[in-house]
Design a protein around this ligand. Sequence first.
Ligand SMILES: [Zn+2]
Length: 226
Amino acid sequence: MLVAHLVPGYFITIQSKSRWQPNWTVRQCALLRLAALGSTIAPDLDVVYNVIFHDFFNHSTLWTHSLFPYISILFIWWILRQSRRWPYLQMLAWLIALGGISHLLLDVVAHGTPLLYPLLVTMVGVPPQRVVEGGVWAYLTDPIFLFEPFLLTLAAIHWLLHNAHDQRVRIIGLIILIAGLSIFTTSFLLLLPVLQETITGFILLPDGLGSVHQATDGLITATIIH
Ligand SMILES: [Zn+2]
């Protein structure tokens, strides 16, 4: 999954706000928002680095997509919670853990991810086989990609309903968002056969973006897209 990873971060922030303490400063609250959103995309940042500096679209390590680092953070949160001290650190750990776990769950749906690494390198997920084998281009040309605009629209609708106070603005905004999603979905599905045919030759190339890359930690990360 790509930018839609931010959506759970948005909802996690909103859900947790009722437990933010009034004595926390503006800067501290900003850091909490940053942690909630940043942790949802952090596991894929090595891909961005690799695209810019190593000219390939893939991960350098599988650790970022393993459940264990996030369970460890959740354990830290639990210890802090039991101590009944440092409520700010508790919230920070909670948001980072949930953000990371939400990333993994979306990846499980979109294209599979090595949830149990290093115990198991097996990809856990429910994606279509062509996405698992074809990499990012196969993902971008598969109906499962529609999950991204759907989640983004959901977040935009939520934001609109809670921030636009003018009834007319709300209605117009809702119409635009729902119509936009419908038009995009319809166009995408209509164009899908052409799109899939166009990229089929490309992703089968030995050095294409969907090909197997030997990651720097020595593990094959061919089936992980992001
Ligand atoms: Zn990912």
